[in-house]
Design a protein. Structure first.
Length: 158
């Protein structure tokens, strides 16, 4: 699913996030939520929380769960941080363990993200002129909210 998202004031972001949470809660109470494995539900909630957190921190998110018809995998978020195009991997956990969430971005995951980013950039007319980087957002979820770590330029394109 590719979804373009525009940045608005932080009050609007907070309102949007509250409305989405309310809709999710109502859907759950009505028994209309699909049965999802707990780790997938954690990942989906983490991506949503990360999206709003990044927007509050000045990112302009232009795509979510970007996929290529020719490659396996997806890029969780793509967005602008100033004049830098960022390919963002989100790692969510329901608690802080002794292994940080970003440790899950191993060499295989990095290779997949690089391939996906190249495929995305092939669609851009000015790809050679763009400043790009790979960011990782670690999200730690609890009943009271979420904690975030934005790791900018976490690994190289090469």
């Amino acid at each position: 699913m590719n979804t373009a998202i525009t940045t608005r004031g932080s009050w609007t972001l907070n309102t949007q996030q509250r409305v989405l949470r309310a809709i999710d809660s109502i859907t759950k109470k009505l028994g209309r939520t699909p049965v999802t494995a707990p780790h997938l539900a954690t990942g989906a909630r983490g991506e949503e929380e990360a999206l709003f957190h990044l927007r509050r921190n000045g990112y302009t998110i232009i795509a979510r769960q970007w996929r290529s018809a020719k490659l396996r995998g997806d890029i969780d978020l793509i967005g602008w941080d100033g004049n830098t195009l960022c390919f963002i991997e989100v790692k969510a956990r329901s608690s802080r363990d002794w292994i940080p969430a970003e440790a899950a971005v191993d060499e295989e995951k990095k290779r997949m993200l690089r391939r996906m980013a190249r495929a995305y950039l092939q669609r851009c007319d000015n790809a050679d002129d763009l400043h790009t980087r790979f960011d990782v957002v670690s999200v730690y979820l609890s009943d009271t909210g979420a904690e975030f770590e934005i790791l900018k330029d976490w690994f190289a394109f090469a």
